[in-house]
Every structure is written in structure tokens, then in C-alpha cells.
Design a protein around this ligand. Sequence first.
Ligand code: 5GP
Length: 196
Amino acid sequence: MQGSLFVISGPSGVGKTTIRQELTKMMPDLFVSVSATTRPKRPEEINGRDYIFMGPEEFDATLSRNGFFEWANVHGNLYGTPTGPIEEKLAKSENALLVIDVQGACQVRARIPSSSVLIFLLPPSINELESRLQGRKSDTVEQVKLRLENAKSELESLLNYDYSVVNHTIAQATQDVASIIRWCSYRRKYDRQGKN
Ligand code: 5GP
């Protein structure tokens, strides 16, 4: 039986990147996918660690040779999950984590329905999300406005998800996601043993 693909989505500014970093520390054996993107690199980001930064031509070429497990246009930039490492992990019955948008999560669910676990990360409130986005300083006023508009439509996808976690604090939300991953992995192993 193949491993599970855990997918975390949620609106911009909800804390996905920080929770991904904390999960990496808490669960060092969990493979965390690094996405490719055409978005310009932010000063604090490192190519290959945070994203694989590429131009639109390289992205298109990768896409046309089925190099993305899923991909989407988010806020005007292209993002995709490289296929190779994911297929390799799943084939070895290992788990992997993707932090991607709602369109990508939908593609993952369609591609591997029984091996995907979708987790939606929620802000405590829309007002809280707005102040987190404004405090981030990496985005312009227009970008904050666009990301808030997108957040409202992303929230409509919540019903397609298996679990939701409210990010009151990073420590609590990371623990909640880790518990979901441990529980689902345990249940899958147990189901597998039951079938042998
Ligand atoms: P940011 O540019 O702020 O890092 O990310 C913008 C959005 O793109 C976030 O919602 C993030 O989760 C999403 N994203 C990052 N990588 C991928 C990916 O590989 N595929 C998809 N579909 N979305 C992604």
C-alpha cells in the first residue's frame, strides 16, 4: 500500500510557512515537498529550501513532461509540486507533506483519493488574518487586498477538506497538525495489517 500525502492549505498569512518549519523540527522523518514557482524570490528565501525558483519557460517545459504532481496559478504566479520525489516516497510506503493552495489540494484528492489527507488551516477570524497580512510587510497594499479577497473564496473550499485546524498559536496549531498526521498514519498501518 502506498504512503499518504498530507496536504495543508489555508489563506495567505494564516501561518502555513511557519507551521511547515515547526513540523519539520517536530517530525524530522516526514518528507516535506519543495514547490517550484515563477514568483520572484523574497529576500529571506533560499532557492531549493523554500522554493525552486524558475522562469515561466522552465515551468512550462516541466509541466509538459508531466513534471508536476499538481500545479496552479495562485495570485498571478505559477506554483507546482515536483512529481519525482512524491511518487518515490509514496511507492516506498512513506508519507509526504505538501503546503499548497486549494486548487492544488483538489487535484491531489482527484489523483490519489484514498491516499490523501487534506488539512485546512484557519485564522481565528478574518480581522486577525487582515492584521497578520498587514504586519507581514512583504506585500503591497494591493497584494494584501488581493490575498484577502482570495482568502474569502478559499474558505469556501473548507468542506472538501478532511480536517480543519485553527491557528490560535503556532505551538498549538503545529501540535494539532502533528496529531492528525500521527493518527492517520497509525490508522493506515492498522488497516493494512488488518488486510494481511
Ligand atoms: P507564497 O507566494 O505566499 O509563498 O504562496 C502563495 C500560495 O501558493 C500559498 O497559498 C501556497 O500554499 C501556495 N503554493 C505554494 N506552493 C504550491 C504548489 O506547489 N502548488 C500549489 N497549488 N500551490 C502552492
